[in-house]
Each structure stands twice: as structure tokens, then as C-alpha cells.
Design a protein around this ligand. Structure first.
Ligand code: 5AD
Ligand code: SF4
Length: 433
């Protein structure tokens, strides 16, 4: 009973957590496999942020159950946010899950697996910790140029639509010395870029060290060339952090700044703690201090009671800011959240679809326009790998845009100067200079 297969859904934090789980299991003499057929233990590391994430996992459980029919001894486990959120539902005999473990319980997995096998009893571990940061675990990582590193976990913001504060618990940050140590080990492995991760990454605080201090400490590590971070909250952008992005040459000039909605009444109902005007002022200040800044965002349409004219405020902010790109979602009511308790999900599906369609169209045009403004410019591109088309390589510029160019034998992990010749909505195309 030793081979484990893990599938990951959702955000980068979950990808990172999967690496942690793999490391813990390896330390306990389990083998990993990429093939579910070969595995005796099947894990799904799940996401709860929107309803369709749940549906995907239920479908996948059903498919994987077919494998179990062939070999009865297989163990099926659900990890991550959905485990935390839906324990009772998942442990229902009909679902057929043997083990459920939330994001702060992964160190218990080896013991839980033993119990499932020996005692033939379902296992669950779901207590949320105020301290667990897995800082003593150095996760096994796939080779590459970018490595993710979780520097804080949890979220205390309680945006009313969001389930994360319930599935991942309270905010806690890692000791900066421990983060720097991990970054050094990553550079030894050849990683040139790191992305600092957290549900609310810029509220990082350890003793007197804030997030700007952390970026500056990490940037002192030789071999790290680029530092990115995700996902921040607009409320935690003091001048010091903006100046760090502006002045630290290793900090990428890209900020993901989730707007969520452009109307102040809706923002208030969402508990975002800023107004439309606050957001616009923050963006103006960032653009002034950081020339060539790339800005991206997250938007939710159809939050309860949002009217057409309030939705128009979101479009207005989108037109004013001109984000480079955006992740756009229809509001999806989540169990446990404040919104689900206080506000009926009263915008019709049809209306949500209409709003998201118009938003996506607007953003596509803006992304294209922003990309076309780069034609003729030269960017330093960190090469990540082969592009989709044969004979081409792809990498990213400092602003996180994908840049594609002809493969003439350049090496992955190298920097190369590329002059942009063509632009589409999602990609810049150029030639080596
Ligand atoms: N419905 C729709 N989108 C959501 N997000 C978070 N919760 C919900 C929800 N209930 C979006 C937010 C967040 C991103 C990660 O997912 O835009 O920034
Ligand atoms: Fe969710 Fe808001 Fe926390 Fe982001 S900041 S994880 S949207 S509660």
C-alpha cells in the first residue's frame, strides 16, 4: 500500500501544499506516481472558492471510484479547502471517501493512512491551527525557473463572499530567516525566480518585519533574479511597499490588485474596506511611482443586490485603470460565508452571464491595446520553456507577460532581450536582439 497519486485543484497555494504533502509522504517511505492506475492511494487536493470547483471534484471522485472497484484496497482521500468545508458530506458512505484532511493537518497524513488500512475506519483531521506554517518542511519541487514559496497562510479579512477564512483559518507568517534559508536552497537548485505566496500576502508580519522587509531580505540572496508575489489586498499597500517594488531591482514591476467590484456600496457589502475612489487613488499613486507597472486584477460580477448601474461602475474602473489582464468570475454563493447568511443570491444566472460576457469583452480589448503598446519595445525575458508552436520558446517579461520567440538554441532559465514585433490579447511575440 505504498504508491500515492495526487491531483491538485485551485490556487497556487494548493499547488504548494501538494508539494508539502508529497514531501511528508516521501519522508514516510511512500512512493509517488503520476498514474492513478498504479497507485494504492488516491488523493485530490481540492478548492472551495467557487461552486464549479466542487462539482469537478465530485465528478473526479466518481471516475476514480471505478479504479477502486478493480482493486478494493485502494484508499481515496480528499485534502484541502473542500475537505475543510464539506467534511460530513464527503464522509457520507455513498461518496466513498476514506480520508479527509484540511490544510493544517498534512503532518497527520502518514498516521491517518496507517489507520485507514489497519483499522479499516474512515479518518478525518480538520482542526485549523494558528501556528502551522510547515516551515520545517522543504517541499520537493518540479524543476523549473520559478519556485513558489508560502510565506504566510490563512486570511483574517472576511470578505463576505469568500470561504477562505473558514477553510484556511487565521493569518500566520513565517520567520523571515526561515524564508531566506529556503530561498537559498532554491537558488542552489537553480531557481532564478521566486513567487512569495499567501492568501493575503502583503499582510505578512513577523515580529517587526513587514512584507516590504521580507522582499528586501529575500532580494539579498545571490542567484535570485526576480521576486514576484501573490495575492495581495489593496488595503495593505503602504508607501514603503510601493517604494520597494519601485526601487528594488529584483522586485518585478507587476502588481496583482484584486478590485472585486467598482461600486462603493457593493464593496462595502463585500467588506473590502475601500471605496471606488480609494482604489483609483491607490492605482494612480502606484502608476506614478512605478513607471511601466503591469497591473492585473480579480473581479466578481452579480454579487447580491448589484444593479446594472452599479455593475457599470466596475466597467468604469476597468476602463480607467486599464488592467493588463483580469480574472473574472460570476458570484458563487459559498456555504459558511457572511454573504450566504446575510444576502440572498438574487442576481439571476442570466444577468450574471450577461454581465460577465460584457466584462470579458471589454477586458479583452484593453488587454490587446495594452499589449500593442509594447510593440517596438525591448524586454528582458526569463526563458521558461517551449512555446505551443514548434520551433518557438516562451518566457515572461518583468510584467509577467508571456513572450514568444524563435528557438535558436537558447537555454531554459536564461535571460534574453527580445524586441516585440506583434501582440495578441494574451501574448507578445518578438525577436532576439
Ligand atoms: N464567488 C465568485 N468569485 C469568488 N472569488 C472568491 N470567492 C468567490 C465567490 N464566492 C474570487 C475572487 C478572488 C478570487 C481568488 O476568486 O475574485 O479574488
Ligand atoms: Fe478571501 Fe478576501 Fe481573504 Fe482574499 S482577502 S482570501 S478574497 S477573504
Amino acid at each position: 500500500m505504498r504508491k500515492v497519486y495526487i491531483e491538485t485543484y485551485g490556487c497556487q497555494m494548493n499547488e504548494y501544499d501538494t508539494e508539502i504533502v508529497k514531501t511528508i509522504l516521501k519522508q514516510n517511505n511512500y512512493d509517488l506516481t503520476e498514474q492513478p492506475e498504479e497507485a494504492q492511494i488516491l488523493f485530490l487536493n481540492t478548492c472551495s472558492v467557487r461552486e464549479n470547483a466542487h462539482q469537478k471534484v465530485y465528478q473526479r471522485i466518481n471516475t476514480l471510484k471505478q479504479l477502486r472497484k478493480k482493486e478494493k484496497k485502494r484508499v481515496m482521500g480528499v485534502l484541502g479547502c473542500m475537505a475543510q468545508n464539506l467534511r460530513d458530506e464527503l464522509l457520507d458512505e455513498k461518496v466513498g471517501v476514506d480520508l479527509v484532511a484540511g490544510p493544517d493537518s498534512y503532518k497527520k497524513l502518514p498516521a491517518m493512512l496507517e489507520s485507514v488500512v489497519q483499522d479499516d475506519a474512515r479518518q478525518y483531521a480538520l482542526s485549523l491551527s494558528e501556528y502551522e506554517t510547515y516551515s520545517d518542511i522543504f517541499p520537493v519541487r518540479e524543476e523549473g525557473v520559478n519556485s513558489w514559496i508560502a510565506v504566510m497562510r490563512g486570511c483574517d479579512n472576511f470578505c463576505t463572499f469568500c470561504v477562505v477564512p473558514y477553510t484556511r483559518g487565521r493569518e500566520r507568517s513565517r520567520d523571515p530567516l526561515n524564508v531566506v534559508d529556503e530561498v537559498k536552497r532554491l537558488t542552489d537548485q537553480g531557481f532564478k525566480q521566486i513567487t512569495l505566496l499567501g492568501q493575503n500576502v502583503n499582510s505578512y508580519q513577523y515580529g517587526t518585519s513587514d512584507f516590504a522587509d521580507l522582499i528586501n531580505e529575500v532580494s539579498k540572496v545571490d542567484g535570485i533574479e526576480r521576486i514576484r508575489f501573490t495575492s495581495p489586498h489593496p488595503k495593505d499597500f503602504p508607501q514603503k511597499l510601493i517604494e520597494t517594488v519601485a526601487n528594488n531591482p529584483k522586485a518585478c514591476r507587476h502588481i496583482h490588485l484584486p478590485l472585486q467590484a467598482g461600486n462603493t456600496r457593493i464593496l462595502d457589502m463585500m467588506n473590502r474596506t475601500y471605496t471606488k475612489e480609494d482604489f483609483l487613488h491607490l492605482v494612480d499613486y502606484m502608476k506614478e511611482r512605478i513607471p511601466d507597472l503591469a497591473l492585473t486584477t480579480d473581479i466578481i460580477v452579480g454579487f447580491p443586490t448589484e444593479t446594472e448601474s452599479e455593475y457599470q461602475d466596475t466597467l468604469d474602473v476597468i476602463r480607467t485603470v486599464e488592467f493588463d489582464s483580469a480574472f473574472m468570475f460570476k458570484y458563487s454563493e459559498r456555504k459558511q460565508t457572511i454573504a450566504s447568511r446575510k444576502y440572498p443570491d438574487d442576481v439571476s444566472e442570466e444577468e450574471k452571464t450577461s454581465r460577465i460576457t460584457r466584462l470579458v469583452e471589454l477586458q479583452r480589448n484593453i488587454s490587446l491595446k495594452r499589449n500593442q503598446q509594447h510593440i517596438g519595445k525591448v524586454f528582458s525575458v526569463l526563458i521558461e520553456g517551449k512555446a505551443k508552436k514548434d520551433g518557438q520558446l516562451m518566457g515572461r517579461n518583468d510584467g509577467n507577460k508571456i513572450v514568444v520567440f524563435a528557438d535558436t538554441g537558447q537555454k531554459i532559465g536564461e535571460f534574453i532581450n527580445i524586441k516585440i514585433t506583434t501582440a495578441s490579447t494574451n501574448t507578445l511575440i518578438g525577436e532576439v536582439v
